[in-house]
Design a protein around this ligand. Structure first.
Ligand code: ARG
Length: 465
């Protein structure tokens, strides 16, 4: 290691330098550089441990902490950055520390740790921090839906199954469903932290260290719940990566379903929503166009988020335990997923917040398509008819209306009576959208009185009571 700029971490055993091809393939610093702040924080904690173990003197510790903090500033300001010969973030930062402190002191920090526990620790810290940022955005999106829902509790809209008119629903109920899905995503992120916020430090290469280190102390200092209890597991486990990638993919799937809904609602055929100019795009050729690009990108980005997950799962499958270089492939999918969500969610929030609804269109369409047929059946059931028979009678009403090209409420008393003597004129009380919605008043149902309770409860869960 005669070259001062050489950050190669081995050497003793090797007579020849790495080939250029090997170095090119091996290099990860162009993407793992974003772990630098975590690596430096970890280094400071490790220096304190070495000091506590009498492996650094008071003076050396002070210089070491001074060095890591200077290097942090230099990294932040861009004064220090990776060079071509740096393989990864760890070797680059070690080079930086040696440049600041000299090889004797700078070289001491490597005692008792390996890049194997180092990278696993950095990466857990990185994901932990990103989990908070993503959680905040997902919560903000849930709040945007909640606020829209609160304005539309009494707006009827067609509810769908098979994308066909099924039963009228409160549009507030329809919007609020997204809050529940997004809140589960938030819980999944918290759950990730409960399960994976543990420290691999102290595992060394794989077997732990013969130096008197303090893994639990480092874990505490780096805000982990505790140190991992098995050093082989500590350097080998990557379920913390796959689980995080599942959560981000699931968020992507939820966003894609929101996107699909907006695309549909925004179509001329539906005509339910108006997108704000600043959250839609025009066409370069068709002047009349206003396109829901955010919604489409939300739909499309789910593909890459799922790809990040499945790609990494394929990498992890059948890997032997202990560190294997394949594991270096864990970072880019995570970085890509994080970057994707950090630009996607704010755009979706803006789109949802500024969206307005054509409530008359929805309300007019709510009872059409024989969406009240179930109400006839259930009315009959309440009057004592077995459901099987009631279903048939209501079906005959629908067939009759279809043949006459009318809606259920256009049927005369005689029309009803001709189908079944049980169908008295009282059945009309459920043949309105409001009657239908109000009737579904059990817990979780669409009756506005229940939806108001639901939204109140969501306010509490979202911390905006
Ligand atoms: N850059 C490596 C990674 O991301 C760091 C660990 C390298 N360890 C090793 N034994 N070569 O996985």
């Amino acid at each position: 290691m005669s070259d001062k700029k050489n950050s190669n971490l081995w050497g003793g055993r090797f007579k020849e330098p790495a080939s250029i091809e090997m170095a090119n393939l091996s290099r990860s610093v162009h993407f793992d550089w974003r772990l630098a702040p975590y690596d430096l924080r970890q280094s400071a904690a490790h220096a304190r441990v070495l000091h506590a173990a009498n492996l650094l003197t008071d003076v050396e510790l002070e210089s070491m902490l001074d060095g890591t903090s200077q290097l942090s500033d230099q990294v932040l300001s861009g004064v220090f950055s990776p060079i071509d010969t740096d393989e990864d973030v760890h070797s680059s930062l070690e080079r930086g520390l040696i440049e600041l402190l000299g090889a004797d002191l700078g070289g001491k920090l490597r005692a008792g740790r390996s890049r194997n526990d180092q990278v696993a620790t950095d990466f857990r810290m990185y994901i932990r921090e990103q989990s908070f940022a993503i959680e905040e955005l997902v919560t903000e999106l849930a709040i945007a839906f909640l606020e829209q829902a609160e304005s539309h509790v009494d707006t009827p809209a067609p509810g769908f199954t098979h994308l066909q008119h099924a039963q009228p629903v409160s549009f507030g109920h329809e919007l609020a469903k997204h809050c529940h899905a997004l809140l589960r995503d938030v819980e999944r992120l918290k759950d990730w932290r409960d399960r994976h916020n543990y420290s691999p430090m102290g595992a060394g290469a794989l077997a732990g260290s013969s130096l008197p280190l303090d893994p639990q102390g480092v874990a505490r200092e780096l805000e982990f719940i505790a140190a991992l209890a098995n050093s082989i597991d500590a350097v080998s486990a990557r379920d913390f990566v796959s689980e995080f990638l599942f959560v981000t993919a699931q968020i992507g799937i939820n966003l894609s379903r929101i996107g699909e809904e907006v695309v549909l609602w925004n179509s001329r055929e539906f005509g339910w929503v108006n997108l704000h100019d600043s959250y839609s795009t025009g066409s370069s050729i068709m002047p009349q166009k206003k396109n829901p690009d955010i919604a489409e990108l939300a739909r499309g980005k789910a593909g890459r988020l799922i790809g990040d997950l499945t790609g990494f799962l394929a990498t992890a499958k059948s890997l032997p335990f202990g560190y294997n270089r394949d594991l270096q492939e864990d970072k880019e999918p995570v970085f890509d997923s994080v970057d994707t969500l950090l630009v996607l969610i704010p755009a979706v929030i803006g789109m949802i917040k500024t969206m307005t609804f054509n409530t008359e269109v929805m309300a007019a369409s709510a009872p059409t398509g024989f969406a009240l047929a179930t109400d006839i059946a259930e009315w009959l059931v309440r009057a004592g008819t077995p459901f099987r028979k009631a279903h048939e009678i209501a079906g005959e009403c629908v067939a009759f209306c279809e043949s006459k090209n009318i809606e259920l409420w256009d049927m005369t008393d005689a029309d009803f009576a001709a189908i079944s003597p049980d169908l008295t004129s009282d059945v009309r009380e459920v043949l309105t959208t409001e009657g239908s919605m109000n009737a579904r008043d059990a817990f979780g149902g669409t009756a506005p009185v229940r939806v108001r309770e639901q939204l109140q409860n969501l306010r509490g869960r979202l911390g905006i009571a």
